[in-house]
Design a binder for this molecule. Structure first.
Ligand SMILES: *Cc1c(COP(=O)(O)O)cnc(C)c1O
Length: 380
């Protein structure tokens, strides 16, 4: 089956007892057992729930992987991956990454004795040079948040494996419609389902997808033992979102291209970061490992925070909010929102200036989006 068919059918066969065409929301905490030691397949909803099982089957199929695991949030999914490590283990993480991931690494796991360092995501040699004998995990986001840089997944997988480490890819920005890291050699794929997979800004969820049976066994144990699972209703909403992932991603991309081209031509805009623009430094790599460039853009204004504030206040359609990947267009100011967890010096070192804005381009009419940006920029 091809992607769009998988998105609608994988894990979502009609209900065998009633014929219901959508997977029921099994809103139950527990399940009757036929006798002592004879459950019918489900026992308790932290351990397993049929709505969640349907979502996990769909997630695995979308990433062309063997096993999917759903979590209560993207951060909970990341925590599950870190449960594979122990004190003394080392992680090489690309430097441009989600602020909450950085906070988890630095504020929760470093104090427990894990080591992290952050070479430039786009420099495969620097990433490979950072590997040590005690490195167990390489963690990358691509495209990165918020600068939309691209890491070479195949090369990073080779370097990680040569050092006896796993490669985990946070695939939230691309979605499996545009990029499938397991096919390029990654061992673990992580998603914040809150974003494109859910797609409607109405839930928080996360996922890990793997091929390896032993990794799956460990993660499945951790999922039940630590318990950060999504409820059946959120699983159902995520399943509903997934059905339209392909059509939404095409619309996000069409709009993002129009917005990026408009911004790149505007005199008040200093720089546009969008992998679909031919002058993006990793445009060719993005073409190779992705089947499209997605709906996320960041850009820098020719001015400081004061100009940023006036611009945001002038927007009528773009909503000032954290998060991304929903049908509505959002604008975010990374230094004080998604990336506030980075100290100012770390932010600057990573190229996140005070003039940087990030757009999650929705699926509205592209001309309305460009008109909104045009009128807000005209006021500056
Ligand atoms: C939002 C996000 C996360 C965290 O996911 P939550 O669902 O908010 O816990 C992780 N990585 C990326 C790239 C994100 O955008």
């Amino acid at each position: 089956m091809r992607f769009e068919t998988i998105a609608i059918h994988a894990g979502q066969a009609p209900d065998t007892t009633t014929g219901a065409v959508t997977v029921p929301v099994y809103q139950t905490s527990t399940f009757q057992q036929d006798g002592i030691g004879r459950p019918r397949g489900y026992e308790y909803s932290r351990t397993g729930n049929p709505t969640r099982a349907a979502l996990e089957t769909a997630l695995a199929a979308l990433e062309n992987g063997r096993h999917g695991l759903a979590f209560a949030s993207g951060v909970a999914a990341t925590t599950a991956v870190l449960s594979l490590l122990k004190p003394g283990d080392h992680v090489v993480a690309g430097d441009d990454l989600y602020g909450g991931t950085y906070r988890l690494f630095e504020r929760v796991y470093r104090p427990l004795g894990m080591e992290f360092n952050y070479p430039p995501t786009t420099d495969a040699n620097a990433m490979a040079d950072a590997l040590r004998p005690e490195t167990r995990l390489v963690w990358i986001e691509t495209p990165t948040n918020p600068l939309l840089r691209i890491a070479d997944i195949r090369r990073m997988a080779e370097a990680a494996h040569a050092a006896g480490a796993w490669l985990a890819v946070d695939n939230t920005f691309a979605s499996p419609y545009l990029q499938r890291p397991l096919e390029l050699g990654a061992d673990l794929v992580v998603h914040s389902c809150t974003k494109y997979l859910g797609g409607h800004s109405d839930l928080v969820g996360g996922a890990v997808i793997v091929n390896d049976d032993e990794l799956h066994r460990k993660l499945r144990f951790y999922q039940n033992a630590a318990g950060a699972v999504p409820g059946p209703w959120d699983c159902w909403l995520t399943l509903r979102g997934i059905k339209t992932l392909a059509v939404r991603m095409r619309a996000h991309e069409r709009n993002a291209r129009a917005v990026a081209e408009f911004l790149a031509s505007h005199p008040v805009v200093e720089r546009v970061h969008y992998p679909g623009l031919p002058d993006h430094p990793q445009h060719e790599l993005a073409r190779r490992q992705m089947s499209g460039f997605g709906g996320m853009i960041s850009f820098e204004l020719r001015g400081g925070f004061e100009m940023v504030e006036r611009f945001v206040a002038g927007l009528r359609l773009f909503i000032l909010a954290e998060s991304l990947g929903g049908v509505e267009s959002l604008v975010c100011y990374p230094p004080q929102m998604t990336h506030a967890a980075f100290p100012p010096s770390e932010r600057r070192r990573r190229g996140i200036g005070d003039n940087l804005l990030r757009l999650s381009v929705g699926i509205e009419d592209p001309e309305d989006l460009v008109d909104d940006l045009r009128q807000a920029l005209a006021n500056l």
